[in-house]
Design a binder for this molecule. Sequence first.
Ligand code: PLP
Length: 500
Amino acid sequence: MTATEPAAGAAPGDISLDEFERAARHALAWVADYLAQPERYPVLARVRPGEIRAALPPSPPERGEPLDVILGDFERTILPGVTHWNHPGFFAYFAISSSGPGILGELLAAALDVNGMLWKASPSATELEQVVLDWLRQMLGLSAEAGWFGMITDTASISTMLALAAARETAGLDVRERGMAGRADLPPLRVYCSEHAHSSVDKGAITLGFGHANVVHVPTDDAFRMRPDRLAEAIAGDRARGFRPLACVATVGTTSTTSVDPVPAVADVCAREGVWLHVDGAYGGVAAILPELRHVLDGVDRADSLVVNPHKWLFTPIDCSAFYTRHPEVLKRAFALVPEYLVTGAGDVVDYMDYGVQLGRRFRALKLWMVIRAFGVDGLAARIRHHVELAREFAEWVAAEPGWEVAAPVPFSLVCFRYAPNGVGEVEQDVMNERVLSIVNASGRVFLSHTKLGGRYTLRLAVGNLRTERRHVADAWRLLRDAAGPGMVLTTAAPPGTGA
Ligand code: PLP
């Protein structure tokens, strides 16, 4: 009998618990084994576009299949197309990793399958979210007096979009009711961020109908930080043109270089101008857990909202973004809409559905709760600190090596650097660095990514994986130097299957 064939007269129901238990044991053993040695797989998937799709049946099975067969196919067919973010040689983008406690939290959340849209729909989902986000607030050194209200969203992109929606609501333009189209009374609504801010700020403005052209990218200083004087100038210029300055997004840990915008000075400008200040600490914010890096969130208690992503550098499986605002009533004004079928009369409770777009909400707080409890604040700080130390050591190796240069300050655990041999022009250097990246990524042992700084191709090594040790960083450095060796052929063609 297969999983979908019930006994005569029985409700079809779930698969048998025997089969589930057998498969779950197998899957858990696989997970433990995987986490024990993720290095047995190449970090970067070695497949061509369409290869995985072609290996899968084009239509679904008519009849149910046994779980052990499906798990076998997972290993045989799906895994080869997986890029292993849990691999200790993963240094691309912002390296992230899941953790044992986080995985258990996901498992339990899936088993419970509660929808935390309303307090009543699962009181523990709401109240654990409130408590765990207040723990995180304390861990980040944010003040209780500032009145922070926390909620979990899926991503920083959505958190930032919510912040911009709240900013629009505070402007008193009645956009919620009347919309924006066809209104002669509405000036262009302007959003400011540095030229190094994440594209999610732009996407938020696009989504909310402000228009991409109304995102002002403020110039940065030579350490890639927003210049508050240029922000003030941009706002003044916009006012003079009759535009409406609405919100400013300061970043703590920009994506390209992890630069930190001067939040206190930006907050001064925003306070003076009546502009909503949102701080994007998606990656860098959690570093404030370390006493020695707490200063990266200086001034944030004066911001109107903040996002930090436990799914980036707090070992919580994606997705888990912590969104905070000091004005939850504004968010509620922007989004609360309660049809009769969702009226509960539960009294003085938080119904998280009132504070954003989505109704259904996963029980994400469970995994964050398990991560914080299992590692403890000290344990989390020790891991983040180790990553920062590894990155700084790598930067020292690069700086000491003739022909290589560090391309930006290293405030966290990301190093921007490039191969810049003497006597080679910038255009050739760009090609060389692209080539170096392709070669090291083809090794299967490490995966790095790149950015452009001042128009120049720049390599990025981001340490953030729980399983990364010094030997992995040393291996990356060995591979990089070998790739840039004297025999390097200048060609733009990447080796096959590198996907770099
Ligand atoms: N903000 C910053 C600074 C980021 O680096 C990123 C992603 O790397 C984001 C926002 C977007 O994060 P998410 O994928 O959670 O939307």
